[in-house]
Design a protein around this ligand. Structure first.
Ligand code: PMP
Length: 979
């Protein structure tokens, strides 16, 4: 359709030589400076570094009239006058006072303008945008619209292909350039469907002058403290025109669709949420938004094809073509009704038409059920289900086994454990939008009302009553049925086919193409369109939608905030609700599994059957305080002592790490008759009064260093990456620091009761002590009459891969060892082991007991942990997978300057993030945001260390290479594409 106004708008941008640019700026504007071409697809833009500041020379496409340029200038000035919270360019006058100056370019008349330069990083350069960033982008779009509100200009009614009011005309005019017939039909169908939806609401859409190209390539950002972009400016008012206000939002969101691992709809919803917070969308705008997104995608597609057709050698356009078609596909995947419902839910608006239809259906009586189901078994297949244990949900025959030969129903709206894939970067489709019934194959299925057979499905049918569709799968329909047949209520539809599972789903929009399952993020919107179908099965209602056990995380967090002390920590600002663990994965109730990289408590892996069985058996036999004589405690003590070198032969049982270290401090004090302790700066040893006093981890207590009591003597943390001493003599220098503390004490006539340290500084982020350090320190402390405590609470029990205990790597034998966490695989069990004379000296303090420390149940748990560690070869696995992780992480560090160091080894490591590899400035806020992105990608990690900038790597010891790879790949992706 040559001759359409849209054909002419793709004239090539004018080409300007540096000499021409210099001549225009100096002659007309009296400005000189270094020139840099900026590039644009419709004008020539040149950055001029003038002495008074940077400016941009814009030489317009000759197709633009002066009035259009005046319009742009006036729009910028209008917006600036509202003092908006973002920067924007403004026009500078030429020597003759004009802001639009006629110039001749190679004999062709056109116009030049000079604008102020707006500094910043383009949003488009950040391929991945986090939810809060998407929301802030939405707020910016709303703010730009607000800044232009009330602006009028005679040239504002322009004919541009980007005017979404004209989508039908534009696509019709340019679709012929789409060479591939399939693609052409796709884009025509999409634009037609969008136009149909828009027709209903178009008269109600607000119109005003808008920017009209608020895409990520026209938005400037500055780096936020957490490394995420913060919106700072808007440029390129070249498409300013009067059109639908909501069109601006549609254009903005369609630019990137920034998160390829999830539905495009979720990005759109996030941006719209930010917009709506600032400028509430009206009802017609909410209905129009998704059709406009589709329209914009269609226009982008035909435009790029038009460009490629005109200029086949244009490589940029060719590359853009792939991106645009991918975008079309992502948009086309989303049913518009779903999009509207998702927007309504996110914006807190009343349900849409289809959802209301669904609710109405749910209130209608059903005369004849699909099948006879007298009192069926209702299966609970959720993450919280007590019926699913020991990983048995991985068994494909599970459902039939649970049904036990009886008719059984599975719940609608349930995120099903068996559908949650582990080691998956994207969210699995785990939430069932229908219900399923286990029935003997051959069972007759009846028509539940007068319904038309709308379509045959694979092993099923789609029935319609004009209001809703009923999808029935797993049935072999009668041979004589054909599409369009009216089936009477109660008429036999067919028989349940093998393997004997009938799927029933109701969709509240005729013909709506709904999946059988969806992701947790899209579940609420889909469920609004797919009401509980269980009423088609008789009186039993089986929906998990309101199951309190599956309350979403936000709800639970509010409840927690109301009753749990605010200082009681939780991971993540908006944590997932984790209700199940299995091996090295954790599951949230919404239907997602995460690789657990932070759990040195669950050393064996989560929900270890050996531990669970031992505890359950013992609970039925005896559980009491530890002052009775029973074998399990003795056996556990024997096992522990056998794992330790001589002369460590006496065990005290407690419940936690804090108690163990607290008791260790009392032991050394009694044994030496002294009070003073040397501890490492930045260490953490517990929360009790005494262990808190020897803890100086800044992450746990930023005020710790200046507030320790006089008996605590702090020595430098021997961190050869970040500490004072980093060279080959670091071990000696750090040992000198301990010796200096001992000397200070001696000068004051005091002596140490003990030196307390982890053999690998877990709380500092997995920092390894330099070889030789611990041996020197132990020797010095002992010669000053002190004892040596190794706190193995974090790093012991085979985690380091090299030996069972961390101290063994240093060729030393401590006087006292403390252990907890892994000792009970999460069950409260801790112990202290020391030499007989130290233990006996403690007798002067009276007797010792911790009521349930080492109780019968705790002791059998402790034994089960040791058995499993041995039987499953977990120390060996820690060495193997740990080495693999180290290799991969070090390779990653070579590519990402943000990784300053990889600490630790085995399965206690730390990935230290820095802002600058030279200065090693800690990337503290970034680490929090990186962990949030990792969570999106299915990995759970948290920052550790004094600067909270070291990612914890301390997973259960059953971590597989595959999961280790998922973690490294997710980190690579995050550091490459942003967070
Ligand atoms: N010692 C060390 C080295 C620790 O890391 C911790 C806890 N993180 C403790 C002791 C205290 O253990 P708990 O939290 O079991 O009291």
């Amino acid at each position: 359709m040559i001759g359409s106004p849209f054909e002419s708008l793709s004239l090539p941008a004018p080409v300007l030589s540096p000499a021409q640019a210099a001549a225009i700026t100096s002659e007309h504007f009296g400005v000189t400076g270094e020139l840099t071409e900026l590039g644009s697809n419709q004008e020539a833009n040149v950055l001029v570094q003038a002495p008074a500041g940077a400016v941009v020379l814009k030489v317009a496409n000759p197709a633009f009239a002066a009035a259009e340029l005046e319009l742009q200038n006036a729009a910028m000035l209008h917006a600036a006058a509202t003092r908006p919270p973002f920067a924007l360019p403004h026009p500078l006058p030429a020597l003759d006072g004009r802001t639009v100056v006629p110039v001749l370019l190679d004999g062709v008349p056109t116009h030049a303008r000079l604008l102020t330069f707006v500094p910043g990083d383009l949003l488009v350069d950040r391929p991945v945008l986090a939810e809060p960033v998407l929301e802030s982008f939405g707020r910016l779009v709303a703010q730009v619209g607000a800044a232009l509100a009330g602006f009028e200009h005679p040239a504002a009614e322009r004919v541009l292909q980007w005017d979404l009011r004209r989508v039908g005309e534009v696509v019709d005019a340019l679709a012929s350039h789409v060479g591939e017939a399939g693609r052409r039909h796709q884009v025509l169908a999409l634009s037609e469907a969008a136009a149909e939806r828009l027709a209903v609401v178009r008269d109600g859409l607000r119109q005003q002058v808008v920017h009209a190209d608020l895409a990520d390539y026209n938005v400037l950002t500055r780096r936020g403290a957490d490394g995420r972009p913060e919106m700072s400016g808007v440029i390129d008012f070249g498409d300013v025109m009067r059109t639908w206000l909501v069109g601006d939002l549609a254009t903005a969101v369609t630019a990137g669709l920034w998160r390829p691992e999830r539905s495009a709809l979720l990005d759109v919803v996030a941006v719209a949420r930010g917009y709506h917070e600032t400028v509430p969308l009206t009802e017609p705008e909410v209905q129009a938004l998704w059709p406009l997104v589709v329209a914009r995608a269609a226009v982008l597609a035909v435009s790029v094809e038009h460009q490629v057709a005109h200029d086949p050698a244009n490589r940029v356009a060719a590359a853009e073509r792939d991106r645009v078609w991918a975008l079309v596909d992502r948009v086309a995947e989303v049913p518009p009704t779903l999009a509207e419902e998702a927007l309504r839910l996110a914006l807190g608006l009343a349900p849409g038409l289809a959802a209301r239809r669904g609710s109405a259906w749910a209130a209608r009586p059903i005369a004849i059920p699909l099948v006879d189901l007298p009192a069926p078994v209702v299966l609970d297949l959720a993450v919280t289900s007590p019926a699913l244990v020991d990983g048995e949900w991985e068994d494909p025959g599970l459902v039939h086994r649970l049904a036990g030969g009886q008719p059984a129903v599975m719940r609608h709206g349930e995120p099903r454990l068996l559908d949650i894939a582990v080691d998956s970067v994207g969210e699995p489709d785990a939430v069932s939008l229908g219900t399923q019934v286990v029935l003997p194959p051959g069972t007759s299925v009846r028509t539940p009302g007068d319904l038309v057979l709308a379509a045959a499905l694979e092993h099923g049918v789609r029935l319609a009553d004009g209001e809703v569709d009923v999808l029935v799968r797993g049935v072999d329909p009668r041979d004589d049925l054909t599409e369009g047949d009216l089936l009477r209520s109660g008429e036999v539809l067919g028989q349940v086919g093998p393997p004997g599972i009938l799927h029933v789903q109701v969709v509240a929009e005729p013909g709506l193409d709904s999946p059988a399952r969806t992701t947790g993020s899209l579940a609420a919107a889909w469920l609004a369109l797919c009401p509980d179908p269980s009423r088609l099965l008789g009186p039993t209602r089986v929906s998990a939608v309101h199951d309190p056990a599956l309350q979403p995380a936000e709800h639970l967090l509010r409840r927690r905030d109301a009753v749990v002390a605010a200082v009681q920590e939780h991971y993540f600002r908006t944590p997932p609700r984790i209700e199940r663990g299995w091996r090295h994965h954790l599951y949230d109730v919404g239907g997602r599994a995460y690789v657990d990289m932070v759990n040195n408590v669950a050393v064996l892996g989560h929900s270890h059957p050996g531990v669970a069985d031992a505890a359950a058996r013992q609970y039925r036999l005896l559980n009491t305080n530890s002052r009775f004589l029973y074998e399990a405690m003795v056996r556990l003590a024997e096992r522990v002592v056998a794992l330790l070198p001589e002369p460590l032969d006496s065990v005290f049982f407690v419940n936690s790490g804090s108690e163990a270290v607290d008791l260790a401090l009392r032991l050394v004090r009694t044994a030496t008759g002294r009070r003073d302790v040397v501890a490492l700066r930045g260490g953490y040893h517990g929360w009790t009064t005494a262990t808190d006093e020897v803890s100086t981890s800044l992450q746990d207590n930023p005020h710790a260093p200046g507030t320790r009591p006089p008996w605590v003597h702090l020595a430098a943390m021997p961190n050869t990456y970040r500490g004072e001493h980093r060279g080959p003599d670091a071990a000696d220098r750090y040992a000198d620091d301990v010796r200096a503390r001992l000397a200070e004490m001696a000068d004051q006539g005091r002596g140490p009761a003990a030196f307390l340290a982890e053999p690998l500084s877990g709380n500092a982020g997995g920092v390894e002590l330099p070889p030789g350090y611990l041996a020197q320190v132990y020797a010095a402390v002992r010669s000053a009459g002190g004892l040596c405590i190794a706190d193995e609470v974090q790093v012991g029990y085979g985690r380091l891969g090299t030996g069972f205990w961390g101290f063994a790597e240093h060729g030393v034998v401590p006087d006292v060892v403390t252990m907890a966490k892994a000792a009970g695989n999460g069950h409260p069990l801790g112990f202290v082991v020391t030499r007989r004379e130290v233990a006996e000296a403690f007798g002067s303090q009276g007797s010792f007991f911790s009521s349930v420390g080492g109780s019968p149940v705790s002791s059998v748990v402790g034994l089960a942990v040791l058995d499993a560690l041995e039987r499953d070869g977990l120390q060996h696995n820690a060495a193997l997978v740990g080495a693999h992780l180290s290799d991969r992480l070090r390779t990653l560090a070579d590519r990402h300057p943000m990784i300053g160091a990889i600490h630790g080894h085995g399965l206690y490591q730390g990935v230290e993030l820095v802002r600058d590899p030279e200065t090693r400035e800690p990337a503290t806020h970034e680490a929090v945001a990186v962990c949030e992105r990792l969570l999106d990608l299915g990995v759970l990690s948290q920052p550790a260390g004094d600067h909270s900038n070291v990612l914890k790597v301390k997973p259960p010891l059953c971590l597989t290479r595959r999961s280790a790879d998922l973690f490294v790949d997710a980190l690579d992706d995050t550091l490459s594409r942003g967070w």
